[in-house]
Every structure is written in C-alpha cells, then in structure tokens.
Design a protein around this ligand. Structure first.
Ligand code: BG6
Length: 458
C-alpha cells in the first residue's frame, strides 16, 4: 500500500440513507474488484451493534444489486462499528481505539452538513485527524458564504490536499471519459473553439418528481441541486484547455479557469420553472417559489469560447430521463449557405446510455436541392462490470487520487456564478408535468436554433 492510500475508512452516517443506497453496494463492489483491504469503521447514533450493521449492509446490497458471497464476506470481515453521539468525545475515543495502528485514516462525512463542524472538531481533539483525509458529501454549502464557512472549518483541520469534496456525477464513466475523449482524439481540436462552434446545449432531464425528498428539494431547487455542481463539471470538461500534465492539480487548475471566465448569472439569462403539483408534495411550503426546472445561458469569456453561448437546462418531471450535450457548428459562408437549413452538430449522450452522433444535412430532393438534417450515430454497448459513480469516487478517495474531487477554489467559483442570482427575487413559471418546462425557456435559445429535446430510448 503506498502512502497515498488510506489505511482505514471511517464513515459517519453508517445507518443512514446514503450508506444504505450507495455506500454499502460500493464497498462490496470495491471488495469484489480487490480494491478494499482496509478496516471500514461505520459510525452512527442508532443504538446498534456490529451484527446489526452487517445485517443492514446485507439488506442494502440485496436491494441495490445482489450479494456477492466472497466480496460481501470480505467486507463483513473488514467492517467495524462505533455507536455514539457526534457531540460526545467518548464516540471519538472509541473511533481512535478502533483505528488501532492506522496512521492515515480517511474520514467520510456521509452526514448532513450542519454536523460537519462538530465532527471535524471532535476528530481534531481526539487525534483522529492526524495524518487523515476527509471526504465530504454534497451539498457543499448553500451559497457562497456557507461554502466559505465550510471550507474554513475543513481547512482549519486538514490540508486542502487531504480534503475530498464529492460530486458523484464526476464518477460516472461517461463524464469521466469526456476529458480523455477530448484530448486523445485529435479530430476535435481544430473546430473545438469559437471560430467553428456556434453554441452548446446541455440538458439534464429527469422524468420523475422529487421522490419523497420534498423538504430537501424545496430548500435547494434545481440550480443548487444539479446545475452549480454536476452540470458545471460537465461544462468544465467540455470547455477546459488541455492541461499541461495529467496529474490531479493540473486538471483541476484548468477546470477552475473555465469557471473563472464565466460572469455571474444575469436574471435576463435564466428562466426558472416549477411543475404543477410540487407544492402538494410532503415537506414543500404551500407558497414555495423553489424551481424544479431551470434554463440558462452562460458565457465563458476565454480566448477559446468568448461569444459562444452555453445553454443549460435541467428539471424534474420532464418527458424523459436523459442527459445530452449538443454542440452546434457555425454555417460555412459559401454559395450553398442558403441551402444549409440547419447547423451541423455533435451530440453526446451520457445518460441513460452513451451515444455519440454527428448531425449533418443530406440531400433529400435533388430537383429542388433541399436537404434534411440526419444523424450518424454510435451507441456504446453496455459494459457488464461498469463501476457505479460512488464506487469510482470512493475508490479514488481511499487511494488518494484527487482528480475527480472539487477543490476549494472550484466550489467557491461555482457559487460566485450563481449566488447573486439565487439571492435575487426572480419569477418562477409553472409547467405541466411531463413537458419541457415553461414556454418562456424557449425564448432563451430562440436565436440559437431552439432547444434540442432528447428522445428517450434512441
Ligand atoms: C443528485 C440530485 O445529486 O443527482 C438528484 O440530488 C438527482 O436530484 C441526481 O436526481 C442525479 O444523479 P444520477 O446519478 O441519479 O443521475
């Protein structure tokens, strides 16, 4: 085990929802792949013992995949449990004892952010923070000020290099692969710039509502939930310059530069929507003005992208569940330009399946010289042992690869872009469930050829 590799994983919130849905299945998958060798210490205040935690882990992997006998036994052999209150120093003394000779533990805070401060303080007092790294879950702050506060708390106890801020979206293989795809394939580079590209569109559509998370969603809204984190990461992957080297800092430097070149969101460039029926969801305030849909135009004032709008759209209760990026080309100025009725495009689908398509005009009527936009499309066959996003980020965090984690400057830049807008009083327009949001959103992209609506199952 090299010195970047943690020698124990402590996870707070072991009896919680995230552990049940994501962490146990990922730990089993890591064990199956031979990537989990260190003690895994679950911590929670539930009055449980280790046997109960093992039973919960079994139930979790059964419900979210299947039990793999050998891998599950391996995980159970590594599992420990500490029950106690996060305010009580005895809990942290117990963790210290369980850590034994471990000198480089990773503390994973799979708990509500309001508890980060108290846990970090106790980790320091008990000596558990020495030589350690900390892994923190989204949401990282609610606005710029709270993100800074959180950073202050974490940086008071850990070096930036030891802080791993999770954005599980980056752990998705197609998101992770974007950077590879861009920089190993030379064909993109000549036109991947303002000279050739007219606009970008990113649509993250979900055909379901808030799925019982009404209170969380009402306090959060689409922009905080998925745009300023997940979709900004997608934009950064598409828009960044090639890093000078492939190490995590060189990569993260380039991503931060993209955000630094984006001016704060202007109200005239954003449309927020709320699906009809949202206010009847449990936990949602009757007069809620929280958005369940957002569409916006972002500009990246970099030498490569100045003048190329990046349109972003995300929402709940839309017609399909699909995330796509559409890059539209400028039209060529020649004697045929009046026949070019639509721009060429590249379409990247990253969810639910992976597709790459080139949109081009082909002649359909040689008498009248009319064309139609057709796609040449490739769909990647499903990969049988695909890593789940959580498995990837947890493996990287335990092994010490920070590339897929948001750095302090990155999260603060992301909040800088959306914060003034979120603090302003902007309208929210109603839309019918299973539609593409309020019609006002169409005006945003009118001049750029309209939204491209992903088609499900294609
Ligand atoms: C989460 C959001 O971070 O990402 C959810 O809180 C959203 O609202 C989810 O549905 C989307 O991620 P995935 O992995 O389910 O596509």
């Amino acid at each position: 085990m090299n010195t970047d590799h943690s020698d124990a994983l402590v996870f707070f919130g072991a009896t919680g929802d995230l552990a049940y849905k994501k962490i146990f299945p990922s730990l089993q998958a890591m064990a199956k792949r031979g990537r989990l060798h260190v003690p895994v210490i679950g911590v929670a205040k539930a009055g449980w013992n280790l046997e109960q935690l093992r039973a919960r882990a079994r139930d979790s992997v059964e419900k979210h995949g299947a039990v793999d006998r050998a891998a599950f036994d391996k995980l159970c052999g590594l599992l420990r449990y500490v029950d106690g209150d996060y305010h009580d120093s005895a809990t942290f003394e117990a963790i210290r004892r369980e850590l034994g000779s471990a000198a480089r533990p990773a503390h994973y805070l799979a708990i509500p952010p309001v508890l980060f401060g108290v846990v970090v303080e106790q980790l320091v007092k008990s000596g558990c923070a020495r030589g350690a790294r900390v892994i923190v879950e989204k949401p990282f702050g609610h606005d710029l000020a709270s993100a800074r506060d959180l950073n202050r708390i974490l940086l008071g106890a850990f070096d930036e290099k030891a802080i791993f801020r999770i954005d599980h979206y980056l752990g998705k293989r197609p998101v992770n692969n974007m950077v590879f795809f861009r920089f190993v394939n030379s064909f993109l580079e000549p036109f991947w710039n303002r000279g050739a590209m007219e606009s970008f569109q990113i649509t993250m559509a979900e055909d379901f509502g808030v799925q019982g998370r009404g209170a969380f969603y009402d306090a959060t809204g689409t922009i905080r939930d998925v745009v300023q984190n997940h979709l900004f990461q997608v934009i950064a992957n598409f828009a960044m310059e090639p890093p000078a080297r492939r190490d995590s800092e060189s990569m993260r430097d380039e991503k931060v530069k993209v955000l630094k070149a984006i001016p704060p969101l202007e109200a005239e460039n954003v449309i927020r929507g709320q699906f009809r029926g949202f206010i009847s969801e449990t936990g949602v305030a009757p007069a809620s003005k929280t958005e369940t849909f957002a569409a916006m135009r972002l500009d990246i004032n970099s030498p490569r992208w100045q003048g190329v709008p990046f349109y972003v759209r995300a929402g709940k209760n839309l017609p399909v569940t699909c995330t796509e990026i559409l890059a539209r080309f400028r039209r060529a100025p020649n004697a045929y330009s009046d026949l070019a009725t639509a721009p060429n495009h590249l379409r990247f689908r990253i969810s639910p399946n992976v597709q790459f398509a080139m949109g081009m005009l082909v002649m359909v009527d040689d008498e009248k010289m009319t064309g139609a936009l057709k796609e040449l499309e490739g769909t990647r066959a499903p990969i049988s042992d695909e890593k789940d996003a959580y498995e990837r980020v947890l493996t990287d965090a335990v092994e010490g690869d920070a590339t897929l984690f948001a750095r302090q400057d990155y999260v603060e830049e992301a909040w800088r872009i959306v914060d003034p807008y979120l603090k302003s009083d902007s309208p929210v327009y109603g839309y019918e469930p299973k539609t593409w949001g309020p019609s006002e959103a169409d005006q945003l992209v009118g001049a750029a050829g309209g939204w491209h609506n992903p088609v499900s199952g294609r």
